[in-house]
Design a protein around this ligand. Structure first.
Ligand code: BG6
Length: 511
C-alpha cells in the first residue's frame, strides 16, 4: 500500500447499512490519560470499539503523562481499568491486539523536549503499525492547559500532516466559562488546528436516545404536525443526578450546575427538540438548524422570577446519610456555587412563540434521570362531568434519555366499569423490549466519528458561543444574588424552583 495516499476504507459504502463503519489506520494521542474521564470512559470506549471490530489492526494509542512509566506499565495499568469498566466482554485476544500499539510518552506540558520525544514515538509507531500518519490528539485536560499544549504541538511540528494524512484534535468541555473566554479558547485552538479538524465533545450527543430524538421526529408522520405552539403548552428538560460532586471539587467549585451542564448538554437537548427538519443529516445542515433555533432564544425579563438555583444540604440519599455541598472536601464554607439550576427560555419563531422551555438540573436530587417532556395543551372541550376527569392531566410525550431509555406517551383512558371516568395511562416504548442490540456508550460513537472525520454530532463553535450568549446574562444576575438556597439532599431541589413554575401556573414533573 502506498503510504502517502489517503486511506480509503474498502468496506465503506454510506448507503449500505449492512456494512459497519470502521475507522481507518490511525493513532490517538491521549493527554490527561490518568484523569477520571480517560480511566472511566475513554479507555473503555477505545477497547469496546476494538472489541466490536470497529478499529483497524493498524491502530495506535499513546498516553502522554507526567509519570515515569514504561509502555508496558502503561498498557497493564490501562488494562486493569478497562477490565473494570468495559461495556462489552473483556477478551484477552482483543486486548493483546490493542496492546501491541500502546505506548507511553512521558512529560509535562511545558517541556518542549517531551513533545519532540512524542513526535519520535509517533513516527516509530506509524512505521511499526502502519498507521499512515493519521493522528487524533485528545485533550482531556483543563482548558487552562490548552494554550501551552497547542503551542507545543505546533512547535514540534505535530500539527502538520504529511500529504494524504490527517490531524484532528478533540477537546472536552468546559469550552470557556463565558462567551468571551470561549472565543479566546477558540482563537487558541484555531491558531494551530484547521477549524474542520476540531471536534468539540458534548457526550450527550453521542447517546442513542438523543439521536433518536431526531429519528423519531423526522421519520414519523405522527409527531411533527403537533410539534408546535398550536398544541404544545410547554417543554420541560430535566437532568437530575443523585450523586454529589464526589472528588471533583477542584473542577466544579466556581463553575456550578448551569455552566457544567445547562450550557452544553441541556441547551443541546433543547436545540434538537426545537429545531426544524434539517435538509439531511450532514454536519452542515444539522448545525445550521441548531444554530438557527439557538439564535431565536430569548430570556424572560425578570430573571429573579424565572430562574432558580440551589445548593445541596446534608440529607438522605436512599439509606445513606450524605454531607452537604459546603461540607464536601475542597469546598469553602462560603461557596456560592450552585448545584441546582433551573431556567425558563422562550424561542421567538413561528413554531414556538408563546411556548416556554424549562430546563433544570441538579446534583443530589431524588433520583438519576434525564428526560425531555413535551407537555400538551388541554383538549379544547371535555364532554364529561367534572368528576370524571379528576385524574386526567395534560397529554405528554416523554423522551426518557436515561436510565430506562425509551419514550412514554401519557394520555387519558376510560377506567373499566359502568361509568365514563377518565384516568391517565402510559404507553411505553423501551429500548430493552424492542431491540436486541445493546446501545453503545456515547464515547464509543463519538470517538469513532472523530476517527472517521464525521462531524454532525459535534457542536460547532457557533453553537457553543450562542449557548454562552443565553447563559451569560443569567450568570451575571446570579452573581449578584449571594448564596444559593439550600435544599436537602435526596429531594427535588430548592423551593424557589417550585415557585418559579407555580408563578406560571405549572409544576415540575415528578420523573
Ligand atoms: C458531565 C458533567 O458533563 O456530565 C458531570 O460534567 C455530570 O457533572 C455528567 O455528572 C453526567 O453525565 P451522564 O452521561 O452520566 O448523564
Amino acid at each position: 500500500m502506498n503510504d502517502s495516499a489517503p486511506w480509503v476504507n474498502p468496506l465503506r459504502d454510506p448507503d449500505d447499512l449492512r456494512l459497519p463503519r470502521i475507522a481507518g489506520p490511525c493513532t490517538i494521542i491521549l493527554f490527561g490519560v490518568t484523569g477520571d474521564l480517560a480511566r472511566k470512559k475513554l479507555l473503555p470506549a477505545i477497547y469496546d470499539l476494538a472489541n466490536r471490530g470497529l478499529l483497524p489492526p493498524n491502530f495506535g494509542l499513546i498516553g502522554f503523562g507526567r509519570r515515569d512509566w514504561s509502555d508496558e506499565y502503561f498498557a497493564n495499568w490501562a488494562k486493569e481499568h478497562v477490565q473494570k469498566t468495559c461495556r462489552t466482554p473483556f477478551r484477552e485476544s482483543t486486548w493483546n491486539q490493542l496492546a501491541g500499539g500502546i505506548r507511553f510518552a512521558k512529560g509535562t506540558f511545558d517541556d518542549t523536549q517531551a513533545f519532540v520525544n512524542l513526535s519520535h514515538t509517533l513516527n516509530d509507531l506509524d512505521r511499526e503499525r502502519n498507521t499512515h500518519g493519521n493522528h487524533a490528539f485528545y485533550l482531556s485536560i483543563p482548558p487552562s492547559a490548552f494554550p501551552i499544549v497547542a503551542q507545543q504541538l505546533a512547535k514540534s511540528g505535530l500539527t502538520q500532516s504529511r500529504q494524504g494524512a490527517w490531524r484532528r484534535v478533540i477537546i472536552e468541555k468546559p469550552f470557556g466559562h463565558d462567551l468571551q473566554s470561549a472565543e479566546a479558547l477558540d482563537r487558541t485552538i484555531t491558531s494551530v488546528f484547521d477549524p474542520d479538524s476540531i471536534f468539540r465533545i458534548d457526550h450527550y450527543l453521542g447517546k442513542e436516545t438523543v439521536q433518536n430524538l431526531m429519528a423519531m421526529r423526522f421519520s414519523n408522520m405522527l409527531f411533527e404536525p403537533i410539534w408546535n405552539n398550536h398544541y404544545v403548552d410547554h417543554v420541560q428538560i430535566t437532568m437530575a443526578e443523585d450523586m454529589g460532586i464526589g472528588s471533583r471539587a477542584g473542577y466544579y467549585d466556581g463553575i456550578g450546575a448551569a455552566r457544567d451542564v445547562i450550557q452544553n448538554h441541556l441547551i443541546q437537548l433543547m436545540a434538537i427538540t426545537a429545531m426544524d427538519e434539517p435538509v439531511d443529516f450532514t454536519a452542515r445542515n444539522v448545525h445550521y438548524e441548531k444554530a438557527k433555533v439557538l439564535s431565536a432564544v430569548r430570556l424572560p425579563k425578570n430573571l429573579a422570577l424565572h430562574t432558580a438555583r440551589g445548593q445541596y444540604a446534608e440529607g438522605w440519599q436512599g439509606q445513606e446519610h450524605v454531607p452537604g455541598y459546603l461540607q464536601e472536601e475542597g469546598i469553602g464554607p462560603d461557596s456560592h456555587t450552585e448545584t441546582y439550576a433551573a431556567i425558563k427560555l422562550w424561542i421567538d419563531n413561528w413554531r414556538w412563540a408563546g411556548v416556554p422551555f424549562y430546563l433544570r438540573t441538579g446534583k443530589r436530587l431524588g433520583k438519576r434521570v434525564t428526560e425531555i417532556a413535551i407537555v400538551f395543551k388541554p383538549a379544547p372541550h371535555l364532554p364529561f362531568t367534572a368528576n370524571a376527569t379528576q385524574e386526567h392531566g395534560p397529554n405528554e410525550i416523554v423522551f426518557r434519555i436515561q436510565p430506562d431509555e425509551g419514550i412514554t406517551l401519557r394520555f387519558g383512558s376510560k377506567v373499566p366499569g359502568s361509568t365514563m371516568e377518565v384516568r391517565d395511562v402510559n404507553m411505553d416504548f423501551s429500548y430493552g423490549n424492542s431491540f436486541t442490540e445493546a446501545s453503545p456508550e456515547a464515547y464509543e460513537r463519538l470517538i469513532l466519528d472523530v476517527l472517521l472525520g464525521e462531524p454532525p454530532l459535534f457542536p460547532t463553535t457557533e453553537e457553543v458561543n450562542l449557548s454562552w450568549k443565553i447563559l451569560d446574562p443569567i450568570e451575571k444576575f446570579w452573581a449578584t444574588q449571594g448564596q444559593p438556597e439550600q435544599y436537602p439532599s435526596g429531594t427535588w431541589g430548592p423551593k424557589s424552583a417550585d415557585e418559579m413554575m407555580a408563578h406560571d401556573h405549572r409544576a415540575w414533573r415528578l420523573p
